[in-house]
Design a protein around this ligand. Structure first.
Ligand code: FES
Length: 134
């Protein structure tokens, strides 16, 4: 195995299996998934505000099922729907975030999830009305 060499110029490819920190070439900044979606499903103690209190689990399951039905779910270059713990934006919840764009959404029901899937995940057009950062 070739050791990690921090003296190499930034644009020289490193061996795949090396010791040392990850190599972040500006020429290799693509995302493994076309869209990687994280739903916060965090449940707090009774009375505390959290995404789980707003049907987040059912909406994550719905999004996963819908992406499978549409044939866009899968591995590299496809859509991945994941569960997450607290994303530390509880006051805006329920929240989900779509990478690589890092666009945060809130949602109420399946209609909102459908709109995010149809507009953002299928057609690359973020849904402004559901964004938490505008
Ligand atoms: S409980 Fe969902 S962001 Fe904190």
């Amino acid at each position: 195995m070739t050791p990690y060499n921090s003296e190499l110029p930034f644009n020289v490819p490193r061996p795949r299996h090396r010791a040392g920190p990850p190599f972040l070439s500006p020429h290799r900044m693509s995302s493994y998934y076309q869209h990687h979606v994280f739903f916060c499903l965090n449940q707090r103690e009774a009375g505390e505000n959290c995404c789980a209190n707003f049907n987040a689990k059912a909406m994550q399951e719905y999004a996963k099922k819908r992406c499978k039905e549409l044939g866009i779910a899968g591995g590299e270059g496809r859509v991945r729907i994941n569960k997450a713990g607290c994303l530390n934006r509880c006051e805006l919840g329920p929240v989900l975030v779509v990478y690589p764009e890092a666009i945060w959404y809130t949602f109420v029901d399946e209609n909102d999830i459908d709109e995010i899937i149809d507009s953002h995940l299928l057609n690359g057009k973020p849904v402004e009305r559901l964004m938490v950062d505008r």
